[in-house]
Every structure is written in C-alpha cells, then in structure tokens.
Design a protein around this ligand. Sequence first.
Ligand SMILES: [Zn+2]
Length: 578
Amino acid sequence: MPTPALPIPLGVCVLPAPHPNAARAVRYPEYVHEILGHVGLCYAAIPYTELESRLPELRILVTVGEGKLPEAVRAWVEDGGAWLSLAGLCGLGDLLGAEPLPATYSLWASGLRSLGEGYLENLSENLSPLPPGYPLGAGEGLGERLGGGLHFFGGLAVSPTDATVLATCTDSHGRPSELPGVLARGKCRLIAPDLVGSVVHIQQGRAITRDGIPSSDGTGPTHDGVLKSDDGQVLDWHFDRQPVPGVPGLSGFLTPVADAWVELLLQNIFALASLQEVALSLLWYHPCGAIAQGHLSHDTDGNNPLDAEALLAALEEADAPGTWCVILPGYDDALLQKIKDADQEHELATHYDALDHPWSEEEFRSQHERLVALFGAVPVTNKNHYLRWQGDTEFYGWLERVGIQLDQSKGTSKTGEVGFNFGTCHLYRPVAPDGTVLPVWELPTPTQDLCIFAPPEAATPLLDAAERFYGIAHFLFHPAHMRKPGVADALKAVVAEGKRRGMVWRTGRELVQWERARRKAVWVSATELELPEPLPGATVLTLDPSGDVERWGFKFRLSTSPPAPSPGRSFLAGKGES
Ligand SMILES: [Zn+2]
C-alpha cells in the first residue's frame, strides 16, 4: 500500500519589500530559502500572493519581514494555526502580543523603527523544550556562553502588550535595553532581530576596499597593508570572541554566530511543530547520519618538494585526504602524480596568488589556466593566497566563469581571529548585493597551521563547534610548516580526534559534490523526498518525541537510504526505502 501523499504542513512566506527609500526591518529576506534549503527541511515556499488560498493546507507558518498579512491569517491562527514571524508584526500585532515601538523623535523619514545593531540575551528556557544545561537557551544562559549574546544586525523594535518575553536585547555596546528579542503569545512567536539578514551579514562581511580595524589586544592586527577577507569581518573583537581554554591571553571566535542564529530559527520551528504534533522531516546535512565532517586543506606556498613529501607521509599516517591548493609554479609532474595516486584520494585545487600579482579577473584566469594545464583536470576548489580579497562578491563571478565550485578564502589570517570570524562552520552560498544567491559555495577557513598559527589547544573548541553545530571542521596545514616541531603530530591528532567523534574527512571536491546533489532533493509531500541525483548515505530525520537521535535539543527518528539510491527514486521519511 503506497503511503498517501500528505500536504506539507510548514509554509514559509516572505513579505513584499517596502517601496524604495522606506525603512525596512529585514535585508535579503529571500535568503531564508537558502538557509532552510541547506537544512534540508521539508517545507513549502509560499508566494505572498498565494498565502491566503494556501493557508488551509498549513499547520505552521513562518513569515519574514514587516508588511501587511491577509486578515485570513487571523482566522487561521484562531483556528489553531501556529505562526512564527521574523521581524514583522504584519498588521497582526495583537496575535503576537506586541505593538510597533515609535521612534524617540519623529519629523522626517522615520516610520518603522529598527532594532539597529545589538545582541540577543537572556534566552528563556521557555524558548523551546531544551534539556537543562543545554548550551543555547536553557540553564547557563546564552550571554555566558557567547560572552555577550547573539550578535544581530537590524530587525524590528516592538513593545510587548500581552506577550511573554523569551529573550531581550542589548545595544551594540552590550548595554541593556527594554527591547524584547523573542516574544511568544499562544501559538504565535516573534523573533524581532533580522535573523536572516544577520546570517548574511555575518557570513559575508562588508565589501573590502581598505584595511580593517585591528583588535586592541595585539592578536588581530588586520591593519597590515594587504587587503584580505578578514578586513571585512563584522563580528566584534570584544563581544564575539571567547578565551581559548588553556591558552592565557588568546581569544578566538569560538562560536559560529550565524550557525547559532540558524539554530534559534530551527528551535522555534521545532517547538511550534511539537505543539502542533507535526512530524517535520529533514534531509540531514551529512552522509549516513554523521554528526559532522572534517576537512584538511594545504596551501603549497614555496612548493618545496621535501615539504610536500612530509605532508604526504603525514596524511598517509592519518589516513585522511587533503585538498592541495597549489600555487604557481606548482610541483613537478612526478610529485603531482604521486599526490594524485595516493590511496587517500587527495584533491588538486587552485591557490590564486594576488599578493605578488594583480587582483584582477584577467590575472586570476591566467593562473587558473596554467594550473589546469599542470593538473590535467579542471579543479573544483580554490583558496586565495593570504586569503586575499577585494570588493564585494565580484570574485565569486570570476570563480563561476572558470567552473570553480568551492571557495575557501573567507577566513582567519591572524592568530587572534582563530575560529569562526565569518560565523559559520557550514558550506554556504553567498548573496550578491542585489539579493541574488550565487552558484558557488564558500567554506570558510577558521584556522591555519596548529603550532604555528594557532596553539594546538585551539583544535578542541573548533572540533566542538563543528560537532555542536553539525558542520565541517576545516583545518589548514601548509606543507611548508610540516617539518617543523609538533605540526605533523598536531595534524594526525586532530584527524584522529575527529574520527573518534564520528567525523569523516573529505576533500573540498567531495564536500561540494555531496552538497550539490543533496540540494537537488525535493520534498514532494510531507513524507516523500525525490532525489534527482544519487545520494549514497542520504539520511532523513523526522521529529519524534520518542526518537533516539537528538539534534538541536529535539528528538528525531533517523532513517538512512540504501547505499546507492538510483536517480529519481523517492525516499519516504521514516520508512527507509520506497
Ligand atoms: Zn598561500
């Protein structure tokens, strides 16, 4: 008996943008689909114009932005629907238990009042049914864990009327305010900060036209006369870093803040789904239900063959593949062949040198062409030498036009930046200034060589974060440092520890191939997933209070697909193979 197709009970609707020159509560609101697409969540994207007619099929509605929702939403809520609003009262503030907060002074160009920049703090344990002591939300308090709360950029300032305040906001200097951050009333919730726009802003940072502002502790001297991705980072040296355990004097960006925002979104969605007794499903991030993945990259600066041999030996001992970002002129053919032939199946990638050469598409293409000739194959991954970067997202266009699918140039170039200075341990697709999602993936580089760039003690919090946020633990080791004391041992130790935690080590090419195929999957009903491309190890999690897998503080039951599902095959959530 085939299972009858059930309509998808979770709808996500982005409100129309206000007219030009009007203040707005959210930026890049359509990126919510990119965020939830990466999560693999079973939901229906509902165009604003279709919302009213499609309400009857929904049990949970997520809206993004401020504007006017149809009155029919009120009747739908009163009839038992659950509504989560991101930065919008939508003309239905009485349902959310809040009203707009006016500007403190108003004469010209006021209107909607933004939350500005600040931090979400004092998350109540009522936010979601989390176990006591769970890091985000309950018990120990978010502020304590993050050192200053969850950094946001923009949102909607409101005043509670009869809602329960589940979290408050501070301003950008950590000073308390009366502004609520998360509100609940019945089955309605409001997350007032611009969650989606904050994720984009943190992941991408600002366009880079000049040096950044250094930290005041001497560990983050970004003012160095070289334009690099970290010159555009927007996280705060004081509030967004935490002390690296066991290393007095060193702090790092140890919590991936953008990933924490995604978690907050998911926790609210799962909390409402639990209230509604809706068994939401999602296609899990990693093959075979793995908790996280590991990744090693190697920039071949100097191209010394003895260093390369030392790295090859270390990778063989660790039994892990590496992505070799080769800088021109590269290694000789025999050595390149040896890298290609290694049992670990390493990847040859590009390492664009815009330190000794110009930053231009012409130069990039010229280096890329020579590396393609050297490799005898078209590379998939690139990282820029010194993490060079200029401008906004133009560089992603250069990558796209030569067929590079994955970039790693957003990251840390100073010891005091160690960690997630771009807020994520996940692959993500960047957004152009006009809101277009670009068809290239970014995997930031959170550290460079342990023992040289960062103390080996930094490995543990980076692995912890990848595990805690179900992402990718990425460690960069240069061959040029491989013969220095402790470095090879640090590489082997971090790989072994990752494996002990259930991480599988993969090259950039493997990571992006998996993600591309995974993102082609389509939920056609509440229980049925179509996989247009083979996705060996595809795993579906379904919200289930009696499930035996815990993710984001909620219980799920897990089902893994047969080893190699053929294209076009459906995957029934919770039922294994169809
Ligand atoms: Zn380099």
